[in-house]
Design a protein around this ligand. Structure first.
Ligand SMILES: *[C@@H]1O[C@H](CO)[C@@H](O)[C@H](O)[C@H]1NC(C)=O
Ligand SMILES: *[C@@H]1O[C@H](CO)[C@@H](O)[C@H](O)[C@H]1NC(C)=O
Ligand SMILES: *[C@@H]1O[C@H](CO)[C@@H](O)[C@H](O)[C@H]1NC(C)=O
Ligand SMILES: *[C@@H]1O[C@H](CO)[C@@H](O)[C@H](O)[C@H]1NC(C)=O
Ligand SMILES: *[C@@H]1O[C@H](CO)[C@@H](O)[C@H](O)[C@H]1NC(C)=O
Ligand SMILES: [Fe+2]
Length: 472
């Protein structure tokens, strides 16, 4: 009996090892089955939406990068009752010298909603790799936070990006954010792939849900930059409500450093941060030939200096490759326009949201088609990016669980669970991507892969140490 139990254990362990090996060969649909009940938004009186005490106290504090290189920060906040102070006081940790930066004030109306006073203050010329404290508000409603600026851009600077998409404000959203914050992997900057508050799912796009969302994410977004991508839930296009201007609440509330990237619109822009160049695109703005976004991207891709920032990351809300049934092929027009460039410029990874699930692709491309040759199937392509869909933040619309069958060969791993990811850049050649599902412990990686940098991988001097086929 004892021997048989022992054999059984060995068999179990072997089975586990085999299934792990299989997972790394790709093409896996996870057998993990989760409850896909719709999750409601957290009620208005939830702890995460609490208004800070005191008259006109600043709320919804959040930061994002404020320039192209990482020496700038945009601090944004809302004062509910009156404009109040528009300035940010900031200083290097342990320094007596306090600096002050002046912001700008904006507000907007949406149907019968009137926003609070929205402040945006751009602080420039900070030192790299330095901890700063900053304060907003006045008198006894002054609120203090801190930030750490990124290291100066350079090829071997390690840096860890978090990834969240389609977050919303349900209990699942709160679990996703808690998992991100509690992970032993410490995200330094969050790449947010679009669909923020889901306020537009409410009657009259109830914009109070933009305010609650701002208060919900403050606990993280006031301390580390969230890099914003616009999703379809940011469009808020409602001519029937007298609101024909797309992106109105989003553009008033979430400022990004687009001018520093020579962009003419906050909906597409780029930043450099540590060892990465990050290009943010808009799935819901014109992107055909000759459009402003097209012209900007054409120039931008030429500007990326892979010697300085080896990692080239693209963020867009709608995925170019997704094998889920919901939103199937919505990214196809964008794919036809830009996939060729992503391969030509050896983009390392394209992150998207929109599909409320997780999926990771193989390195594939589908760019040979020319109307008459019939070559329209994705093929393995070592120059191509990996496409990762991470629209599983946890919003009130729930998960999408229906997948196209059989799993297409371009799809390496897919699972409909809420979660978040990390892109942990180690040096110019290696980065490690991992995905955590909310049902697991904070340290558990439900899917992971080593990414070899596309630029350095194809330079001769590095080819010798990148022959490992288990990595991508
Ligand atoms: C806006 O209009 C809706 C529908 O008439 C109503 O339910 C809501 O209370 C109004 N809100 C405000 C702030 O007036
Ligand atoms: C804040 O200060 C104002 C006057 O400056 C005072 O009226 C108010 O009671 C104070 N609030 C708190 C919470 O201390
Ligand atoms: C959200 O998560 C935080 C951190 O885990 C917790 O303190 C808080 O009570 C949660 N709130 C709700 C409404 O679930
Ligand atoms: C690219 O970056 C490297 C390292 O910072 C620098 O030496 C080089 O001049 C840059 N190349 C261009 C074309 O700007
Ligand atoms: C880059 O990082 C990888 C993974 O940590 C490591 O194996 C490799 O030796 C590093 N390369 C260099 C040149 O340090
Ligand atoms: Fe979406």
């Amino acid at each position: 009996m004892a021997t048989r139990g022992f054999d059984l254990n060995i068999a179990l362990v072997l089975g586990l090892i085999l299934s792990v090996l299989e997972a790394s060969n790709g093409g896996r649909t996870s057998s993990y089955v989760r409850n896909d009940d719709l999750s409601r938004d957290m009620p208005l009186d939830s702890d995460v939406f609490r208004v800070p005490p005191g008259y006109n106290a600043p709320q919804q504090v959040h930061i994002t990068q404020g320039d192209h290189e990482g020496k700038g920060v945009i601090v944004s906040w809302v004062t509910p009752d009156e404009p109040g102070s528009n300035s940010v006081l900031y200083w290097v940790e342990n320094s007596e010298l306090k600096n002050r930066a002046e912001g700008i004030l904006t507000k907007y109306k949406y149907f019968n909603y009137t926003s609070g006073y929205i402040h945006h203050c751009t602080i420039t010329d900070l030192e790299f790799d330095t901890k700063y404290y900053y304060e907003v508000g006045i008198g006894n409603t002054t609120r203090r936070f801190w930030i750490v600026t990124p290291p100066k851009p350079g090829p071997d600077v390690p840096y860890t990006f978090g990834l969240i998409g389609d977050l919303g404000q349900t209990h699942d959203s709160n679990r996703t954010l808690t998992h991100y914050e509690s992970s032993p992997v410490k995200g330094q900057t969050l790449l947010f792939v679009g669909d923020l508050s889901y306020a537009d799912d409410y009657p009259y796009h109830d914009n109070r849900r933009w305010d609650t969302w701002g208060r919900f994410i403050e606990r993280n977004a006031a301390y580390q930059p969230w890099i914003w991508t616009a999703g379809n839930h940011e469009i808020d296009f409602a001519p029937d409500l007298g609101e024909p201007i797309p992106f109105k609440p989003y553009i008033h509330r979430y400022h990004v450093p687009y001018q520093a990237a020579d962009s003419t619109s906050p909906l597409w822009y780029s930043i450099k941060r540590a060892s990465a160049s990050i290009i943010v695109m808009s799935s819901y703005s014109g992107f055909g030939k000759y459009t402003p976004q097209y012209k900007w991207l054409e120039k931008e891709l030429l500007k990326v200096n892979r010697t300085e920032t080896p990692w080239l990351i693209v963020l867009m809300h709608c995925p170019l490759y997704s094998s889920y049934i919901h939103h199937y092929m919505e990214g196809e027009t964008m794919r036809v326009m830009y996939e060729k460039w992503f391969v030509e410029y050896k983009v390392d990874v394209v992150f998207s949201g929109h599909v409320h699930a997780y999926e990771r692709s193989e390195r594939i491309s589908n760019i040979a088609y020319n109307i008459v040759n019939g070559l329209c199937t994705p093929i393995r392509d070592q120059h191509a990016p990996v496409y990762i869909t991470i629209g599983d933040g946890g919003n009130l619309e729930g998960l999408v669980t229906e997948m196209t069958q059989p799993q297409p060969s371009y799809s390496a791993y897919r699972e409909a669970s809420f979660g978040h990811g990390f892109l942990d850049i180690k040096n110019r050649t290696h980065a490690y991507f991992s995905w955590n599902r909310n049902q697991d412990g904070y340290a558990v990686e439900a899917d992971s892969v080593w990414l070899l940098n596309r630029h350095w991988n194809f330079l001769e001097e590095f080819v010798s140490d990148s022959g490992d086929i288990a990595t991508l």
